[in-house]
Design a protein around this ligand. Structure first.
Ligand code: ADP
Ligand code: MG
Length: 675
């Protein structure tokens, strides 16, 4: 697709900057706002601060130099005079403002020293009989070098040429009291003067809701078609008599929760099918996703194939490795660990064991596996903390020829609306209960000045055999500064708490060092673990019952929730202290309030979605996940639900229209196409 009319190369590149590549894209380039130029005002009636259009003749125009160079003209209609003023102007404008010429002048007036004036009004030379526009004038988002007037013309050209064909059966949009597509587009670009602008701007107007609905439908179509295409591919059916799974379950010191059982059942069913599994396993921090993942690995391994678990960080990968190795050792299942810190020969050996199929399970960071590890016979891929990889990477994996089953695990609970929209190509299992006996973590908000009390508390907790995390501030601009604060804090705590053993982990440490500090902490030899945010995800030390987070106001909601989730895992009553520095920004205040008031990850994620939009939760920063432009899954929940319900039927009954709908919405925006 491209433009159906000639567009110069320079304009084209500017349009591309706006994400516009075709006539259809132009039609979907909606105004930021609209101006009412449908009727004229008399100069006498102008009210300062209100936009208006007057029709007046130039009395005189000149360039003045005080206080600075500017073009100043006096214009007049039958009711009075008005001064117009341009601080930036072209010679052509000076030329145009010939005394006696008639102009239509639109802008906001204000009372100036010399009387009423307009700064930088829009001026259009007209004849007395030139008709006024019948609809509101669109003001489009644009980019440097592409003027509003040119952009308007280009959009108009596209609108004149496009058929704006209807892609939905009338029944579908009529039931919602929405206009046909062509009508909605027309109304949005050139609204009737009596339209309820407030409704348009608040996305409550049927025309804008129609577009949000169409966009959500396009997303549903695209993801569901991707899902269908996948269903035609073959995956190995991983069937067993469940011996290894039974053995692991028997060796665990706990029974699975009902929610874990249910999720495990869903996953196990999927694994036994030849349809490649793409399932998201979600649950709150500490809900016990790892053990469910382990069971999935065992089903795969018992059926004779290999499994791999990928984690976003080395610390987490290592933790998984140790946990799984402990669990699997007695079952006689070999686990290989791939870490960047391994020596060349160790790495070679691990790769060889994986390549020959001796290692049944491989664990490592995502980055390592992207470098093309050869498996003997890969049946299952598990991606932990999926949000770190984003939606895009999960496809990169599925494109490697054979189709192993895939299980994604999300650290952050995903609000229902997000799961229904961005994750519509996945099946979702949800662990919606925590293991029994967990005590809720008590959260305290403490102003920076009260450090001494905190030290007191650390002493008290550790003297009773407990342990504490001390998380240092996150300073985005500089890893070095991060590091320095962590080292300073470590030194300070060592002198302030001389009887305690204070450990330090940070991202720049060698893996072996990190590992040894972590295992000292795990074993209780280190009482207080000072760290940068490296412990954010996944770390599991049940004896730790106190979490201190410095500069909590700098952390995101889900990060705080993740960090807090590191405590409250053992029998001890746990406390999370959020140290903050005043004054707090509005945004920081609402984040801290939410984390203080709620311990439910699902609720926190929903609030996060409302506060920050889906980008953060989807990990789009890292992965460039395309975001919806018109629809907001949380705000437009009703439309999302309807789109999800209708999509399968429409795909079946109207495949041609669905294709056209996708073409319109995803056409040149290839990156929007998920499948
Ligand atoms: P997450 O879902 O955050 O990844 P983990 O898998 O790390 O959580 O589990 C958190 C802790 O809970 C681990 O110590 C794990 O062994 C323990 N656990 C998991 N399931 C249960 C259960 N059903 N009963 C008791 N403890 C459990
Ligand atoms: Mg985990």
């Amino acid at each position: 697709m491209s433009f159906s009319f000639p567009v110069s190369a320079s304009v084209k590149s500017r349009l591309e900057k706006l994400g516009i590549h075709s006539d259809e894209d132009l039609a979907l380039h909606l105004p930021l706002r609209w101006e009412d130029e449908t009727h004229l005002s008399l100069i006498r009636d102008l009210k300062p601060g209100e936009p208006a259009v007057v029709q007046a003749r130039v009395v005189d125009a000149e360039i003045t130099y005080r206080p600075r160079r500017q073009l100043v003209a006096t214009v007049a209609d039958e009711s009075g005079e008005l001064i117009i003023r341009y601080l930036n102007f072209y010679p052509s404008q000076v030329q145009a403002l010939q005394p006696g010429r008639l102009f239509r002048i639109s802008g906001e007036s204000r009372g100036g020293f010399f009387g009423l004036e307009m700064i930088h009004p829009r001026c259009q030379a007209v004849q007395p009989e030139t008709p006024l526009p019948e609809s509101l004038t669109p003001v489009y988002p644009t980019t440097a070098g592409l003027g509003q007037a040119s952009l308007r013309k280009i959009v108009q050209k596209a609108l004149d040429r496009l058929e704006l064909e209807e892609t939905l059966p009338a029944k579908v949009y009529e039931e919602l009291d929405f206009p046909p597509y062509a009508e909605a587009i027309r109304q949005l670009h050139h609204p009737d003067p009596d339209i309820l602008l407030g409704q348009l701007e608040s996305h409550a107007h049927p025309a804008i809701r129609r577009l949000a609905f169409d966009e959500l439908l396009a997303q549903q179509f695209s993801l569901r078609l991707a899902r269908q295409a996948r269903a035609e591919k073959q995956a190995p059916a991983l069937r067993t008599n469940g011996k290894l799974v039974q053995d692991l379950r028997a060796s665990l010191p706990f029974a699975l929760t009902k929610a874990q059982e249910k999720s495990w059942h869903e996953i196990s069913q999927d694994l036994g099918s030849t349809r490649p599994m793409r399932r998201l396993l979600q649950g709150d921090v500490g809900s016990g996703k790892t053990v469910v993942a382990a069971l999935a690995c065992l089903q795969c391994i018992e059926s004779g194939m290999q499994a791999v678990i990928m984690a976003p960080t080395e610390i987490l990968a290592e933790q998984h490795f140790h946990k799984l190795q402990t669990w699997f050792e007695s079952l006689g299942v070999e686990v290989a660990w791939l870490a960047s810190a391994l020596g060349a020969s160790q790495k070679k050996e691990a790769l060889a064991r994986i390549g020959k199929g001796e290692a049944k399970l491989a664990v490592g960071t995502h980055a390592l596996f992207q470098k093309g590890v050869r498996f003997h016979d890969l049946g299952l891929v598990i991606v932990d903390e999926q949000h770190r990889f984003g939606v895009k990477q999960r496809l990169a994996l599925s494109q490697k020829g054979v189709e192993p089953h895939q299980l994604m695990m999300s650290a952050t609970p995903i609000p229902r609306t997000l799961a229904m929209s961005y994750y519509a190509d996945l099946d979702v299992s949800t662990i919606d209960e925590l293991p029994p006996g967990r005590k809720p973590v008590i959260t305290k908000l403490v102003a920076e000045g009260r450090r001494d009390e905190i030290l007191q508390r650390v002493r008290a907790v550790c003297s009773e055999g407990g342990q504490a995390y001390w998380v240092c501030p996150l300073i985005e601009e500089s890893e070095k500064v991060d590091l320095q604060t962590a080292m300073d804090t470590h030194a300070r705590l060592q002198s302030q708490l001389p009887k305690l053993n204070i450990g330090l982990v940070h991202g720049r440490m060698k893996n072996a060092e990190k590992q040894s500090v972590m295992s000292d902490f795990q074993a209780g030899r280190v009482h207080v673990l000072v760290s940068t945010t490296v412990i954010e995800v996944g770390v599991d030390v049940p004896n730790a019952s106190l979490m201190v987070i410095e500069h909590a106001e700098r952390f995101g909601l889900s990060q705080l929730h993740q960090l807090r989730g590191r405590v409250g895992r053992g029998a001890r009553e746990s406390v999370c202290i959020l140290l903050y520095q005043s004054p707090l920004s509005e945004d920081a205040r609402s984040r801290l309030r939410i984390i203080y008031e709620s311990t439910d990850g699902f609720e926190i994620a929903r609030q996060d979605l409302l506060l920050r939009g889906p980008g953060e939760l989807l990990g789009s920063k890292q992965s460039g996940v395309p975001l919806l432009r018109f629809a907001n899954p949380e705000r437009d929940k009703d439309l999302l639900e309807r789109a999800a319900r209708l999509a399968p039927g429409l795909i079946k009954a109207h495949p041609e229209q669905v294709r056209e709908h996708l073409e319109r919405w995803l056409g040149t925006r290839q990156h929007l196409a998920f499948g």
